[in-house]
Ligand binder design. Sequence first.
Ligand code: PMP
Ligand code: GLN
Length: 382
Amino acid sequence: LLAEDGSVAASIFAEMSALAARTGAINLGQGFPDEDGPAEVLEAARQAISDGVNQYSPGRGQPVLLEAIARHQQRFYGLKLDPGSEILVTAGATEALAATILALIEPGDEVVTFEPFYDAYGGLIGLGGGIHRTVPLRAPDFQPDLDALRAAVTDRTRLIIVNDPHNPTGAIFPRETLELIVKLAHQHDALIVTDEVYEHLTFGAPHIPIATLPGAWERTVTISSGGKTFSLTGWKVGWLSAPAKIVTAILAVKQFLTYVNAAPFQPAIAVGLDLPDAYFAHIAAEMKGKRDVLATGLRAAGFAISVPQGSYFIVADATPLGFTDGADLCRRLPELAGVVAVPIAAFCSPAHRGEYAPLVRFAYCKKIEFLEQASAELAALK
Ligand code: PMP
Ligand code: GLN
Protein backbone atom coordinates (compact mmCIF):
# COMPACT_ATOMS: atom_id res chain seq x y z
CA LEU A 1 0.00 0.00 0.00
CA LEU A 2 3.03 2.26 0.19
CA ALA A 3 4.76 4.02 -2.67
CA GLU A 4 8.40 3.17 -3.41
CA ASP A 5 9.66 6.16 -1.39
CA GLY A 6 7.67 4.95 1.64
CA SER A 7 4.90 7.56 1.38
CA VAL A 8 1.26 6.56 1.14
CA ALA A 9 0.52 5.75 -2.49
CA ALA A 10 -2.27 8.08 -3.66
CA SER A 11 -5.28 6.30 -5.12
CA ILE A 12 -5.61 6.69 -8.85
CA PHE A 13 -8.67 8.88 -8.27
CA ALA A 14 -6.85 11.30 -5.98
CA GLU A 15 -3.85 11.34 -8.32
CA MET A 16 -5.98 12.18 -11.34
CA SER A 17 -8.02 14.83 -9.49
CA ALA A 18 -4.75 16.45 -8.41
CA LEU A 19 -3.61 16.38 -12.05
CA ALA A 20 -6.86 18.09 -13.08
CA ALA A 21 -6.45 20.74 -10.38
CA ARG A 22 -2.83 21.36 -11.34
CA THR A 23 -3.42 21.64 -15.08
CA GLY A 24 -6.92 23.17 -15.11
CA ALA A 25 -8.07 20.26 -17.31
CA ILE A 26 -11.70 19.11 -17.26
CA ASN A 27 -11.91 16.37 -14.63
CA LEU A 28 -13.61 13.35 -16.17
CA GLY A 29 -11.41 11.17 -13.96
CA GLN A 30 -12.72 10.84 -10.41
CA GLY A 31 -16.41 9.92 -10.29
CA PHE A 32 -18.11 12.73 -8.40
CA PRO A 33 -20.84 15.05 -9.67
CA ASP A 34 -20.16 18.76 -10.08
CA GLU A 35 -23.65 19.71 -8.87
CA ASP A 36 -24.93 19.02 -5.35
CA GLY A 37 -27.98 16.91 -4.64
CA PRO A 38 -31.58 17.81 -3.81
CA ALA A 39 -32.29 21.04 -1.90
CA GLU A 40 -34.57 19.25 0.59
CA VAL A 41 -31.75 16.93 1.57
CA LEU A 42 -29.21 19.74 1.96
CA GLU A 43 -31.71 21.70 4.04
CA ALA A 44 -32.42 18.68 6.25
CA ALA A 45 -28.74 18.46 7.18
CA ARG A 46 -28.63 22.17 8.07
CA GLN A 47 -31.79 21.71 10.12
CA ALA A 48 -30.36 18.68 11.92
CA ILE A 49 -27.29 20.70 12.93
CA SER A 50 -29.54 23.53 14.22
CA ASP A 51 -31.72 21.01 16.04
CA GLY A 52 -28.69 19.65 17.92
CA VAL A 53 -28.22 16.32 16.13
CA ASN A 54 -24.48 16.65 16.70
CA GLN A 55 -23.37 13.98 19.17
CA TYR A 56 -22.66 10.26 18.74
CA SER A 57 -25.36 8.28 16.97
CA PRO A 58 -26.34 4.71 17.91
CA GLY A 59 -23.84 2.12 16.60
CA ARG A 60 -26.19 0.65 14.01
CA GLY A 61 -27.24 4.12 12.80
CA GLN A 62 -30.05 6.50 13.68
CA PRO A 63 -33.47 4.81 13.71
CA VAL A 64 -34.85 7.48 11.35
CA LEU A 65 -32.32 6.43 8.68
CA LEU A 66 -32.58 2.69 9.35
CA GLU A 67 -36.35 2.96 8.88
CA ALA A 68 -35.97 5.00 5.68
CA ILE A 69 -33.54 2.39 4.25
CA ALA A 70 -36.07 -0.35 5.05
CA ARG A 71 -38.86 1.64 3.33
CA HIS A 72 -36.62 2.22 0.30
CA GLN A 73 -35.78 -1.50 -0.07
CA GLN A 74 -39.48 -2.35 0.23
CA ARG A 75 -40.65 0.37 -2.20
CA PHE A 76 -38.17 -0.35 -4.98
CA TYR A 77 -37.46 -4.06 -4.58
CA GLY A 78 -40.18 -5.57 -2.38
CA LEU A 79 -37.57 -6.57 0.24
CA LYS A 80 -38.90 -6.54 3.80
CA LEU A 81 -36.14 -5.72 6.26
CA ASP A 82 -36.13 -5.37 10.02
CA PRO A 83 -34.55 -1.94 10.62
CA GLY A 84 -33.45 -2.94 14.12
CA SER A 85 -31.41 -6.01 13.16
CA GLU A 86 -30.94 -6.36 9.40
CA ILE A 87 -29.49 -2.94 8.45
CA LEU A 88 -26.26 -1.16 9.41
CA VAL A 89 -25.34 2.45 8.60
CA THR A 90 -21.69 2.95 7.60
CA ALA A 91 -19.24 5.67 6.54
CA GLY A 92 -20.04 5.37 2.86
CA ALA A 93 -20.15 2.13 0.93
CA THR A 94 -16.40 1.98 1.55
CA GLU A 95 -16.76 1.27 5.26
CA ALA A 96 -19.55 -1.19 4.54
CA LEU A 97 -17.15 -3.05 2.21
CA ALA A 98 -14.30 -2.85 4.72
CA ALA A 99 -16.28 -4.07 7.72
CA THR A 100 -17.95 -6.82 5.67
CA ILE A 101 -14.76 -8.19 4.14
CA LEU A 102 -12.79 -7.99 7.41
CA ALA A 103 -15.64 -9.64 9.33
CA LEU A 104 -16.34 -12.45 6.90
CA ILE A 105 -12.95 -13.69 5.69
CA GLU A 106 -10.13 -15.51 7.44
CA PRO A 107 -6.55 -15.27 6.19
CA GLY A 108 -6.15 -17.65 3.24
CA ASP A 109 -9.83 -17.57 2.21
CA GLU A 110 -10.46 -16.93 -1.46
CA VAL A 111 -12.53 -13.96 -2.60
CA VAL A 112 -13.84 -13.81 -6.16
CA THR A 113 -14.43 -10.48 -7.90
CA PHE A 114 -14.93 -9.54 -11.50
CA GLU A 115 -12.09 -7.69 -13.23
CA PRO A 116 -11.68 -4.77 -13.75
CA PHE A 117 -12.78 -4.11 -10.15
CA TYR A 118 -13.28 -1.07 -7.95
CA ASP A 119 -9.87 -0.50 -6.36
CA ALA A 120 -11.03 -0.81 -2.74
CA TYR A 121 -11.90 -4.50 -3.24
CA GLY A 122 -8.30 -5.45 -3.93
CA GLY A 123 -6.97 -3.37 -1.03
CA LEU A 124 -9.50 -4.72 1.46
CA ILE A 125 -9.08 -8.36 0.45
CA GLY A 126 -5.36 -7.83 1.01
CA LEU A 127 -5.94 -6.24 4.45
CA GLY A 128 -8.06 -9.24 5.43
CA GLY A 129 -5.35 -11.69 4.31
CA GLY A 130 -7.60 -13.09 1.58
CA ILE A 131 -6.57 -14.49 -1.78
CA HIS A 132 -8.09 -12.53 -4.66
CA ARG A 133 -9.40 -14.50 -7.66
CA THR A 134 -10.88 -12.62 -10.60
CA VAL A 135 -13.24 -13.34 -13.47
CA PRO A 136 -12.51 -11.16 -16.51
CA LEU A 137 -15.04 -8.79 -18.07
CA ARG A 138 -14.06 -8.03 -21.64
CA ALA A 139 -15.04 -5.39 -24.17
CA PRO A 140 -17.34 -4.73 -25.86
CA ASP A 141 -20.14 -5.82 -23.48
CA PHE A 142 -18.08 -6.52 -20.32
CA GLN A 143 -20.18 -9.54 -19.39
CA PRO A 144 -18.43 -12.48 -17.70
CA ASP A 145 -17.89 -15.78 -19.45
CA LEU A 146 -20.09 -18.09 -17.38
CA ASP A 147 -17.69 -21.03 -17.58
CA ALA A 148 -14.90 -18.80 -16.27
CA LEU A 149 -17.21 -17.81 -13.42
CA ARG A 150 -17.98 -21.47 -12.66
CA ALA A 151 -14.27 -22.26 -12.66
CA ALA A 152 -13.36 -19.38 -10.31
CA VAL A 153 -15.75 -20.35 -7.51
CA THR A 154 -14.60 -23.39 -5.53
CA ASP A 155 -14.90 -24.76 -2.01
CA ARG A 156 -12.07 -22.40 -1.07
CA THR A 157 -14.23 -19.38 -1.98
CA ARG A 158 -15.55 -17.51 1.03
CA LEU A 159 -16.99 -14.43 -0.73
CA ILE A 160 -18.16 -13.53 -4.22
CA ILE A 161 -18.16 -9.75 -4.63
CA VAL A 162 -20.59 -8.42 -7.22
CA ASN A 163 -20.75 -4.79 -8.35
CA ASP A 164 -23.91 -4.14 -10.33
CA PRO A 165 -24.19 -1.65 -12.03
CA HIS A 166 -20.45 -1.97 -12.51
CA ASN A 167 -17.66 0.55 -11.99
CA PRO A 168 -15.68 1.10 -14.22
CA THR A 169 -17.47 -0.54 -17.19
CA GLY A 170 -21.11 0.51 -16.69
CA ALA A 171 -22.17 -3.10 -17.32
CA ILE A 172 -25.33 -4.50 -15.78
CA PHE A 173 -25.54 -8.23 -15.18
CA PRO A 174 -28.62 -9.98 -16.57
CA ARG A 175 -30.76 -12.08 -14.25
CA GLU A 176 -29.21 -15.36 -15.55
CA THR A 177 -25.73 -14.26 -14.45
CA LEU A 178 -27.01 -13.22 -11.03
CA GLU A 179 -28.82 -16.58 -10.73
CA LEU A 180 -25.63 -18.45 -11.54
CA ILE A 181 -23.79 -16.49 -8.82
CA VAL A 182 -26.45 -17.51 -6.29
CA LYS A 183 -26.28 -21.14 -7.44
CA LEU A 184 -22.48 -21.22 -7.15
CA ALA A 185 -22.64 -19.59 -3.70
CA HIS A 186 -24.98 -22.38 -2.59
CA GLN A 187 -22.90 -25.14 -4.15
CA HIS A 188 -19.70 -23.95 -2.51
CA ASP A 189 -21.17 -22.48 0.67
CA ALA A 190 -19.90 -19.00 -0.15
CA LEU A 191 -21.40 -15.63 0.80
CA ILE A 192 -22.28 -12.90 -1.71
CA VAL A 193 -21.35 -9.25 -1.19
CA THR A 194 -23.08 -6.96 -3.63
CA ASP A 195 -22.07 -3.34 -4.14
CA GLU A 196 -25.08 -1.54 -5.58
CA VAL A 197 -24.07 2.11 -5.14
CA TYR A 198 -25.24 2.85 -8.72
CA GLU A 199 -28.61 1.12 -8.17
CA HIS A 200 -30.59 4.19 -9.31
CA LEU A 201 -28.35 5.05 -12.24
CA THR A 202 -29.53 2.52 -14.82
CA PHE A 203 -30.63 3.47 -18.31
CA GLY A 204 -32.70 0.57 -19.58
CA ALA A 205 -33.30 -2.59 -17.63
CA PRO A 206 -34.34 -1.84 -14.03
CA HIS A 207 -31.85 -2.76 -11.32
CA ILE A 208 -32.18 -6.28 -9.90
CA PRO A 209 -30.73 -6.57 -6.38
CA ILE A 210 -29.23 -10.04 -6.16
CA ALA A 211 -30.78 -10.39 -2.67
CA THR A 212 -34.24 -10.55 -4.30
CA LEU A 213 -33.42 -13.80 -6.17
CA PRO A 214 -34.67 -17.09 -4.70
CA GLY A 215 -32.23 -18.50 -2.15
CA ALA A 216 -30.02 -15.40 -2.17
CA TRP A 217 -31.08 -13.34 0.85
CA GLU A 218 -29.78 -15.67 3.54
CA ARG A 219 -26.22 -15.50 2.16
CA THR A 220 -26.05 -11.95 0.76
CA VAL A 221 -24.76 -8.62 2.10
CA THR A 222 -26.21 -5.75 0.05
CA ILE A 223 -24.27 -2.49 0.12
CA SER A 224 -25.26 0.97 -1.07
CA SER A 225 -24.66 4.62 -0.33
CA GLY A 226 -26.28 8.04 -0.56
CA GLY A 227 -23.29 9.42 -2.47
CA LYS A 228 -24.35 8.59 -6.03
CA THR A 229 -28.13 8.53 -5.62
CA PHE A 230 -28.21 12.03 -4.11
CA SER A 231 -25.07 13.50 -5.69
CA LEU A 232 -23.55 13.92 -2.22
CA THR A 233 -20.38 11.87 -2.44
CA GLY A 234 -18.66 13.95 0.25
CA TRP A 235 -21.20 13.08 2.92
CA LYS A 236 -20.08 9.45 3.10
CA VAL A 237 -23.36 7.99 4.32
CA GLY A 238 -23.61 4.34 3.31
CA TRP A 239 -25.40 1.23 4.55
CA LEU A 240 -25.68 -2.50 4.24
CA SER A 241 -28.42 -5.03 4.76
CA ALA A 242 -28.15 -8.76 5.46
CA PRO A 243 -29.61 -11.40 7.79
CA ALA A 244 -29.32 -10.35 11.46
CA LYS A 245 -26.51 -12.79 12.33
CA ILE A 246 -24.31 -11.49 9.51
CA VAL A 247 -25.06 -7.85 10.41
CA THR A 248 -24.02 -8.58 14.00
CA ALA A 249 -20.69 -10.04 12.83
CA ILE A 250 -20.06 -6.98 10.65
CA LEU A 251 -21.06 -4.61 13.46
CA ALA A 252 -18.39 -6.25 15.64
CA VAL A 253 -15.77 -4.98 13.16
CA LYS A 254 -17.46 -1.68 12.34
CA GLN A 255 -17.41 -0.61 16.01
CA PHE A 256 -13.60 -0.50 15.85
CA LEU A 257 -13.38 1.14 12.43
CA THR A 258 -15.50 4.25 12.94
CA TYR A 259 -17.64 3.31 15.98
CA VAL A 260 -20.53 5.42 14.63
CA ASN A 261 -21.13 7.80 11.73
CA ALA A 262 -21.64 11.53 11.27
CA ALA A 263 -24.88 12.46 13.01
CA PRO A 264 -26.57 15.30 11.07
CA PHE A 265 -26.21 13.65 7.66
CA GLN A 266 -28.20 10.60 8.70
CA PRO A 267 -31.66 12.22 9.05
CA ALA A 268 -30.90 14.19 5.88
CA ILE A 269 -30.21 11.06 3.80
CA ALA A 270 -33.42 9.61 5.30
CA VAL A 271 -35.27 12.56 3.72
CA GLY A 272 -33.61 11.70 0.40
CA LEU A 273 -34.58 8.03 0.54
CA ASP A 274 -38.21 9.05 1.08
CA LEU A 275 -38.29 11.40 -1.95
CA PRO A 276 -41.02 10.54 -4.47
CA ASP A 277 -40.38 8.10 -7.35
CA ALA A 278 -40.13 11.08 -9.72
CA TYR A 279 -36.80 12.12 -8.14
CA PHE A 280 -35.23 8.71 -8.77
CA ALA A 281 -36.54 8.63 -12.36
CA HIS A 282 -35.22 12.14 -12.90
CA ILE A 283 -31.63 11.44 -11.83
CA ALA A 284 -31.48 8.34 -14.05
CA ALA A 285 -32.85 10.25 -17.05
CA GLU A 286 -30.49 13.15 -16.45
CA MET A 287 -27.49 10.82 -16.20
CA LYS A 288 -28.57 8.99 -19.37
CA GLY A 289 -28.61 12.33 -21.21
CA LYS A 290 -25.06 13.00 -20.00
CA ARG A 291 -23.95 9.52 -21.02
CA ASP A 292 -25.30 10.15 -24.52
CA VAL A 293 -23.48 13.49 -24.87
CA LEU A 294 -20.14 12.00 -23.85
CA ALA A 295 -20.66 8.79 -25.86
CA THR A 296 -21.29 10.86 -29.00
CA GLY A 297 -18.26 13.05 -28.26
CA LEU A 298 -15.90 10.12 -27.64
CA ARG A 299 -17.02 8.35 -30.81
CA ALA A 300 -16.56 11.51 -32.85
CA ALA A 301 -13.09 11.91 -31.32
CA GLY A 302 -12.17 8.46 -32.64
CA PHE A 303 -12.37 6.24 -29.54
CA ALA A 304 -14.03 2.82 -29.73
CA ILE A 305 -16.51 2.84 -26.86
CA SER A 306 -18.84 0.46 -25.07
CA VAL A 307 -22.11 2.20 -24.26
CA PRO A 308 -22.73 1.73 -20.52
CA GLN A 309 -26.12 0.58 -19.27
CA GLY A 310 -25.62 2.18 -15.85
CA SER A 311 -23.25 4.03 -13.48
CA TYR A 312 -21.18 7.19 -14.05
CA PHE A 313 -18.60 5.85 -16.51
CA ILE A 314 -17.75 5.06 -20.13
CA VAL A 315 -14.84 2.83 -21.08
CA ALA A 316 -13.07 3.98 -24.24
CA ASP A 317 -10.48 2.08 -26.26
CA ALA A 318 -7.77 4.45 -27.49
CA THR A 319 -6.29 1.94 -29.97
CA PRO A 320 -7.99 3.50 -33.05
CA LEU A 321 -6.26 6.77 -32.14
CA GLY A 322 -2.87 5.05 -32.03
CA PHE A 323 -2.52 4.89 -28.23
CA THR A 324 -1.81 1.46 -26.75
CA ASP A 325 -0.93 2.51 -23.19
CA GLY A 326 -3.93 4.05 -21.40
CA ALA A 327 -1.89 4.97 -18.30
CA ASP A 328 0.53 6.95 -20.43
CA LEU A 329 -2.35 8.53 -22.36
CA CYS A 330 -4.04 9.61 -19.09
CA ARG A 331 -0.87 11.26 -17.86
CA ARG A 332 -0.58 13.19 -21.15
CA LEU A 333 -4.26 13.87 -21.77
CA PRO A 334 -4.39 17.21 -19.88
CA GLU A 335 -1.68 18.54 -22.18
CA LEU A 336 -2.99 16.88 -25.36
CA ALA A 337 -6.66 17.70 -24.91
CA GLY A 338 -7.31 19.50 -21.58
CA VAL A 339 -9.12 16.47 -20.14
CA VAL A 340 -8.44 14.05 -17.29
CA ALA A 341 -9.46 10.35 -17.44
CA VAL A 342 -8.44 7.22 -15.52
CA PRO A 343 -6.68 4.17 -17.00
CA ILE A 344 -8.63 0.91 -16.69
CA ALA A 345 -5.38 -0.78 -15.70
CA ALA A 346 -5.84 0.95 -12.31
CA PHE A 347 -8.84 -1.35 -11.75
CA CYS A 348 -6.88 -4.52 -12.53
CA SER A 349 -4.57 -6.87 -10.68
CA PRO A 350 -0.93 -6.54 -11.74
CA ALA A 351 -1.04 -9.83 -13.67
CA HIS A 352 -3.92 -8.67 -15.87
CA ARG A 353 -3.16 -4.99 -16.44
CA GLY A 354 -1.64 -5.69 -19.84
CA GLU A 355 -4.94 -7.11 -21.14
CA TYR A 356 -6.69 -3.81 -20.47
CA ALA A 357 -3.80 -1.49 -21.36
CA PRO A 358 -5.40 0.64 -24.13
CA LEU A 359 -8.63 1.28 -22.19
CA VAL A 360 -9.44 4.47 -20.28
CA ARG A 361 -12.44 5.49 -18.18
CA PHE A 362 -14.27 8.79 -18.61
CA ALA A 363 -16.82 9.96 -15.99
CA TYR A 364 -19.92 11.68 -17.35
CA CYS A 365 -21.46 12.74 -14.00
CA LYS A 366 -20.53 16.32 -14.94
CA LYS A 367 -22.32 19.39 -16.31
CA ILE A 368 -23.32 19.00 -19.99
CA GLU A 369 -21.30 22.09 -20.92
CA PHE A 370 -18.11 20.40 -19.64
CA LEU A 371 -18.94 17.18 -21.45
CA GLU A 372 -19.40 19.12 -24.67
CA GLN A 373 -16.23 21.12 -24.15
CA ALA A 374 -14.28 17.95 -23.35
CA SER A 375 -15.68 16.27 -26.47
CA ALA A 376 -14.60 19.20 -28.63
CA GLU A 377 -11.10 19.18 -27.14
CA LEU A 378 -10.71 15.40 -27.47
CA ALA A 379 -11.48 15.75 -31.19
CA ALA A 380 -7.98 17.29 -31.43
CA LEU A 381 -6.42 13.89 -30.71
CA LYS A 382 -7.14 12.62 -34.24
N1 PMP B 1 -18.25 1.10 -4.70
C1 PMP B 1 -18.19 1.58 -5.95
C2 PMP B 1 -18.41 0.66 -7.09
C3 PMP B 1 -17.90 2.93 -6.15
O1 PMP B 1 -17.83 3.40 -7.39
C4 PMP B 1 -17.68 3.75 -5.03
C5 PMP B 1 -17.25 5.17 -5.22
N2 PMP B 1 -17.83 6.01 -5.40
C6 PMP B 1 -17.78 3.21 -3.76
C7 PMP B 1 -18.06 1.88 -3.62
C8 PMP B 1 -17.55 4.02 -2.54
O2 PMP B 1 -18.71 4.67 -2.14
P1 PMP B 1 -18.73 5.67 -0.90
O3 PMP B 1 -18.21 6.98 -1.37
O4 PMP B 1 -20.16 5.70 -0.49
O5 PMP B 1 -17.85 5.10 0.16
N1 GLN C 1 -16.04 5.98 -6.94
C1 GLN C 1 -15.41 7.10 -7.56
C2 GLN C 1 -14.67 6.65 -8.78
O1 GLN C 1 -14.66 5.50 -9.13
C3 GLN C 1 -14.49 7.84 -6.61
C4 GLN C 1 -13.81 6.96 -5.66
C5 GLN C 1 -12.64 7.51 -4.91
O2 GLN C 1 -12.26 8.67 -5.03
N2 GLN C 1 -12.08 6.63 -4.15
O3 GLN C 1 -14.14 7.50 -9.44
